[in-house]
Design a protein around this ligand. Structure first.
Ligand SMILES: NC(=O)c1ccc[n+]([C@@H]2O[C@H](COP(=O)([O-])OP(=O)(O)OC[C@H]3O[C@@H](n4cnc5c(N)ncnc54)[C@H](O)[C@@H]3O)[C@@H](O)[C@H]2O)c1
Length: 251
């Protein structure tokens, strides 16, 4: 129980990897705030069935007013914010870069990059007052691989790496630590929407062949790195990026 009574906001918590983060954080004793544009009822139920504590706050992370309202609700309810996991993102359909619609480009950047900035802004005053906070930004190993046909996504995830470094340095002396994780291909609804089933199957097979660890990545494989970065065990680590992809890429 490394996170007893810590208040942890997880964005993109309705499903997939975000749901797993909620469950893992709650198992370590955290009070979980599940944030998503979709209902997080399933996540809250799963956490509670496992003996943990969670609430949901429906939020559009690309909308400043919505994000601010979410942070105020957390403060009103718990009086503190210890951990922010910036996990929500849009995973677009595989598309040649010159066929990406301008509106889709803007939307990916608005959610994946601006949304992360808005969430950080909303929690920072509270974390400053506490003299401690852990921000964990979820990028992607596609930034090391240079994955094609996903240019807006890969560009947005690359921005998260430099965002993490810059924010960590700007928050020097505050006790707020900012780190990043680059997950590898993990089958979720987001990934399933990326391409037809046979294409996703093909990409998964190719990925496992190229990994050092020869099995498919699952959401639980990412929980260890998140818990480590959320806990006191990582108190001398900030501005860093941990790659969790079974050794597909190197960082
Ligand atoms: N699954 C993978 O293979 C993989 C690999 C590398 C990185 N990642 C990253 O891990 C994270 C989780 O991915 P996933 O596969 O679980 O994706 P997913 O699409 O299954 O889940 C993403 C969640 O984010 C939410 N979301 C989208 N826009 C939002 C908005 N404007 N406001 C609030 N919530 C919003 C969605 O509703 C959804 O619940 C993402 O940051 C993704 O880029 C995933």
């Amino acid at each position: 129980m490394r996170l007893i009574d810590r208040v942890a906001i997880v964005t993109g918590a309705a499903r997939g990897i975000g749901q797993q983060y909620c469950l893992s954080l709650a198992r370590e004793g955290a009070q979980v705030v599940a944030v998503d544009i979709l209902s997080c009822a399933e996540t809250v139920t799963t956490v509670k069935q496992a003996g943990g504590q969670a609430i949901e706050i429906i939020t559009d992370i690309a909308d400043a007013t919505s994000v601010q309202a979410m942070a105020i609700q957390v403060i009103n309810q718990y009086g503190r914010i210890d951990i922010l996991i910036n996990n929500a993102a849009l995973i677009p359909k595989l598309t040649p870069f010159d066929q990406v619609l301008e509106a889709d480009w803007d939307q990916v950047m608005a959610v994946n990059v601006k949304g992360m900035w808005l969430c950080c802004k909303a929690v920072i005053a509270t974390m400053r007052q506490q003299g401690k906070g852990k921000i964990i930004n979820i990028s992607s190993d596609t930034i090391w691989a240079g994955t094609p046909m996903l240019l807006p996504y890969v560009a947005s995830k690359g921005a998260i790496l430099s965002f993490t470094r810059s924010l960590a340095r700007e928050l020097s002396g505050t006790g707020i630590h900012v780190n990043c994780i680059t997950p590898g291909l993990t089958l979720t609804q987001g990934v399933q929407q990326m391409a037809p089933q046979e294409t996703v199957d093909y990409i998964q097979t190719l990925t496992v062949e190229q990994q050092i660890i020869k099995r498919r990545e699952a959401p639980i494989d990412l929980a260890g790195a998140v818990l480590f970065l959320a806990s006191d065990e990582s108190d001398f680590i900030t501005g860093q990026t941990i790659n969790v992809d079974g050794g597909l890429t190197h960082h």
